[in-house]
Design a protein around this ligand. Structure first.
Ligand SMILES: Nc1ncnc2c1ncn2[C@@H]1O[C@H](COP(=O)(O)OP(=O)(O)O)[C@@H](O)[C@H]1O
Ligand SMILES: [Mg+2]
Length: 306
């Protein structure tokens, strides 16, 4: 890790303050380009940085070598020792003009065109398929963590919570922002890469609606809002490793998804439902979603039909 943060990177503005500290826009004095600096303070002892931090950084660096177009570039990692007990680790990312939240807010009425939504979705799923094929789940997908360049290129960001996916790993229970959380996380059941597909489904719907799909105020409320749309899942799909009983919810039937996402076409609606599937094992994968007829152009569709 380099030790030259403050000399090489000149802070320009604060761009976000989240769970792990402030994100700054800065200028790289060597290249003149803008970067985003994200610093994390980590405890240190005589052995140096904690193993978890070193692993996290190594993972980011390994992914970076693939140069995937839909993942934000990690340009540098710097460590500055603050005291005997603390080191500041700064991740230097390429600076991207806006996140998807801002992008959606800036889009004038009546909102994004269906073609634009399809293009953003394809890129988002390409980025996810890449992460998942490397056994990485994002776990906190939401519009604020998806960057969009002024050319409309999607780049996944905020891997602060990403871990190499492994079935036997102890997982932190609170990871995904409530509104984009899948049922298995809300129920504190076991979870894996399908969590990101659920979040992607919520974002897909939001691109049409221009407002979030499920705005719950607590875990139970969030689940209730989900069941109002997809219906209460059958008893046999309810996870067995959870404390919250299915009996706490009213026996709701699924409602037509077009009641909530009016402008979506038939194929889009079908794909959306495959993403918003209660059982994570039955939920569509990123790779299969990319093959869905929603992404095939009209010409190919007519050819396969005839
Ligand atoms: N590379 C970047 N370029 C431009 N803005 C960024 C970049 N990375 C993050 N941001 C902005 O800063 C916000 C917080 O960054 P993020 O990495 O999501 O950290 P946190 O862990 O605090 O959520 C993001 O929602 C986004 O608006
Ligand atoms: Mg974030």
């Amino acid at each position: 890790m380099a030790h030259v943060t403050s000399i090489q990177y000149e802070p320009v503005a604060e761009i976000g303050g989240g769970a792990y500290g402030t994100v700054y826009k800065a200028r790289d004095t060597e290249s003149g380009k803008f970067v985003a600096l994200k610093s994390v303070r980590v405890p240190t002892d005589q052995n140096g940085l904690p193993v978890s931090t070193v692993r996290e950084v190594a993972l980011l660096r390994r992914l970076e070598q693939f140069d995937h177009p839909n993942v934000v570039r990690l340009m540098d990692v710097c460590a500055t020792q603050r005291s005997n007990q603390e080191t500041k680790v700064t991740l230097v990312f390429e600076h991207v003009d806006q996140d998807l939240k801002t992008y959606l807010e800036r889009t004038p009425a009546p909102g994004l065109s269906p073609d634009c939504i399809k293009d953003l979705m394809r890129q988002l799923l390409c980025g996810l398929a890449f992460l998942h094929s490397n056994r990485v789940m994002h776990r906190d997908l939401k519009p604020e963590n998806i960057l969009v360049t002024s050319q409309g290129q999607v780049k996944l960001a905020d891997f602060g919570l990403a871990r190499i996916y492994s079935c036997h790993m102890a997982l932190t229970p609170v990871v995904v922002t409530l509104w984009y959380r899948p049922p298995e996380v809300l129920l504190q059941s076991t979870y894996a890469t399908p969590v990101d597909i659920w979040s992607t489904g919520c974002i897909f719907a939001e691109m049409f609606r221009r407002k979030p799909l499920f705005c719950g105020e607590s875990e139970v409320d969030q689940l209730g809002k989900i069941f109002e749309v997809i219906g209460l899942p059958p008893e046999e799909e309810w996870p067995t490793d959870v404390t919250l009983s299915r009996k706490n919810f009213s026996p709701l039937m699924p409602r037509p998804i077009t009641d909530f996402v009016a402008e979506i076409n038939e194929q889009g609606a079908e794909l959306l439902l495959k993403m918003l599937t209660f059982d994570p094992l039955k939920r569509i994968s990123a790779l299969n979603a990319l093959e869905h007829s929603y992404f095939q152009d009209e010409e190919t569709l007519t050819q396969t039909k005839s």
